[in-house]
Design a binder for this molecule. Sequence first.
Ligand SMILES: CC(C)(COP(=O)(O)OP(=O)(O)OC[C@H]1O[C@@H](n2cnc3c(N)ncnc32)[C@H](O)[C@@H]1OP(=O)(O)O)[C@@H](O)C(=O)NCCC(=O)NCCS
Length: 162
Amino acid sequence: MSYDPTLFSVRSVAAERVYPLRSAVLLDGHSESCRFHGDDEASTLHLAVYQNERIVAVSTICREALRGATSDTQWRLRGVAVESEWRGHGLGRLLVNMCLDHVQKEGGQLAWCTARESARTFYESLEFVASAPPFTLPSRGDARFYEMHHVMPGGHGARATL
Ligand SMILES: CC(C)(COP(=O)(O)OP(=O)(O)OC[C@H]1O[C@@H](n2cnc3c(N)ncnc32)[C@H](O)[C@@H]1OP(=O)(O)O)[C@@H](O)C(=O)NCCC(=O)NCCS
């Protein structure tokens, strides 16, 4: 389903606005770990989808190079979360595309994210590619994650910038 602008509105918000849904959906409610590196940078964009003045979906995009890289044209997509009852309404796709628009506007060449296995197909539908095997994170038990890359139009991708 695609996003219905008569039901929802999207706003650029302060970091604090995305924390509650970020914690609830992605961090099992652990609010102490909901602040990410880069959240307070001036170039970072936090987006929230409102439905009747309630935030039902959030995402963040911040300038961050891939591990081992020094590029300032790489951006990290973080905290993409849609409240369970509003999934399948095109909100995730809308937010990721708006984050990619921000990267494009800022002259970025690559957007990347750490995707949980259950979201891999979602990101693939948005032209993110996992080029390496999955990995686990010490804080997240057996859950498997993929580093996924989206080369911006005119960008050079990860390999060229490492
Ligand atoms: C993953 C998530 C962000 C998707 O948001 P959403 O608003 O439900 O997704 P959309 O409605 O925009 O769907 C966009 C497309 O992705 C597909 N899709 C959505 N979630 C999917 C999933 N988990 N697996 C496979 N495909 C999925 C949809 O079918 C749709 O495809 P279509 O356009 O061909 O119909 C949402 O399910 C969520 O918050 N999940 C829990 C947190 C999470 O995993 N976040 C990602 C961080 S790694």
